[in-house]
Design a protein around this ligand. Structure first.
Ligand code: PA5
Length: 389
């Protein structure tokens, strides 16, 4: 258990006090070195926007969010995980599609997020959306420097909110990047901020440290695929966020962890055979929820062997499948950890963001790669520009 919201069961392993000391020291140092970068994970973080700015936009019922990678994935994760709390409509433009599905309604606000202000996909999408609208309001979140986007925002008289230059895209979910849209959607930004609370929680720290150590050992022995067995439809985007965090932070210098997301129980019927009997190059994360409302099966048409489904709801069936799969993994000695979500709220997703960010940074340090850069992403950006000239 991290807090009352999540039950975490770590990989089965022998505890080693020397390992604990070593990783704990790295963590202590990191919390100092990355103090600024991680500042948005704490409640005393100062945003570059005022509540009055948000009030100006509170009557907009639809938001078009335009961005790429770390500029949008965090908000998508939040909106997916907490969709039952969100009353407004949000459209995500997170890829280049040869035909944009334009959903322009009255009262639409465009929110454009790009740290660099020069991302081709974001600029192309914004251009087409802008051209399709008669009247619109725009908020641009970008670094305080001259860029295409700051020039365009000035031309459009858009509100410009600073994206702090020391917070990298994939670490920005709890900064202006994810919290401004969250607030516009009626969520409570303060509740997402759990770093201070969690790092004072001994149990959380122990779990984090042993978890990092286990993954590091897996990777060192060639188990380099992190397979997420996700039993919660509303967490799909959380794991897309995790996928980017892991891949971009650790995939360099011929090292890395390959994050794979499996939709369960669907993938029992496609990938599970490979997971169970294929090459031993994976470690697994089970992710599911309990206690949530779900459709009840009708007893009327259940008989014979399927009488076992009488008085059951879909969540009970999903849980049974998750537990059964875990038992098989245990029997076959396949390494796995598990997360069980007890309540779905801002704190829960804030804790998950914090856990995975700390895990990634610590793994980066142990693997001796810089978890904060993405040199090859930049490479593609430069090469694409050359192709378009
Ligand atoms: O995490 C990252 O740094 C990247 O995924 C960026 O967020 C992505 O490339 C988009 O860049 P920008 O925010 O500059 O538009």
């Amino acid at each position: 258990m991290f807090s009352k919201n999540i039950i975490f069961k770590n990989f089965l392993q022998k505890k080693n006090i020397n390992v604990k000391k070593k990783i704990n020291n790295i963590l202590k140092k990191e919390l100092i070195i990355s103090n600024k970068l991680l500042s948005s994970f704490n409640r005393n973080y100062k945003y570059n926007y005022k509540k009055e700015t948000l009030n100006k936009y509170k009557n907009f019922t639809t938001i078009n969010l335009i961005g790429m990678g770390g500029s949008i994935l965090g908000t998508e994760a939040i909106c997916d995980f907490l969709k039952f709390k969100i009353k407004k409509k949000i459209n995500f433009y997170n890829n280049l599609d040869s035909k944009i599905n334009l959903k322009n309604k009255k009262n639409t606000l465009n929110l454009i997020v790009s740290k660099s202000g020069n991302t081709l996909e974001t600029i192309s999408n914004f251009n087409i959306i802008l051209n399709s609208q008669k009247k619109n309001k725009n908020i641009v979140i970008t670094e305080k420097k001259s860029s295409f986007l700051t020039k365009l925002a000035n031309k459009l008289k858009a509100d410009i909110i600073e994206h702090k230059n020391y917070i990298g895209g994939r670490y920005s979910v709890l900064s202006e990047v994810g919290m401004l849209p969250a607030e516009l959607l009626g969520l409570n930004e303060r509740k997402f901020k759990r770093l201070n609370y969690l790092i004072k929680n001994k149990h959380f720290l122990n779990q984090l440290i042993y978890n990092v150590n286990f993954i590091y050992n897996c990777v060192s022995k060639g188990r380099k695929n992190s397979v997420i067995l996700n039993y919660d439809e509303s967490s799909k985007n959380l794991f897309k966020w995790y996928q980017q965090l892991t891949a971009e932070s650790l995939g360099k210098d011929n090292k890395g962890i390959f994050p794979i997301i499996s939709s369960m129980p669907r993938d029992n019927h496609s990938l599970l055979q490979l997971y169970l009997d294929g090459p031993k190059n994976n470690f697994f994360t089970f992710f599911g929820t309990i206690n949530e409302k779900s459709n009840q099966l009708s007893n009327k048409n259940l008989f014979g062997k399927f009488s076992i489904l009488k008085n059951k709801n879909l969540n009970q069936i999903i849980k049974a499948q998750r537990q059964a799969t875990q038992r098989v993994f245990k029997r076959k000695k396949i390494p796995f950890r598990s997360f069980e979500i007890l309540s779905r709220n801002e704190e829960t997703v804030g804790e998950l963001f914090t856990f995975f960010v700390l895990e990634t940074i610590l793994l980066g340090r142990l693997m001796k790669v810089n978890p904060f850069d993405q040199p090859s992403v930049e490479l593609i950006k430069t090469e694409t520009t050359k192709s378009l000239i």
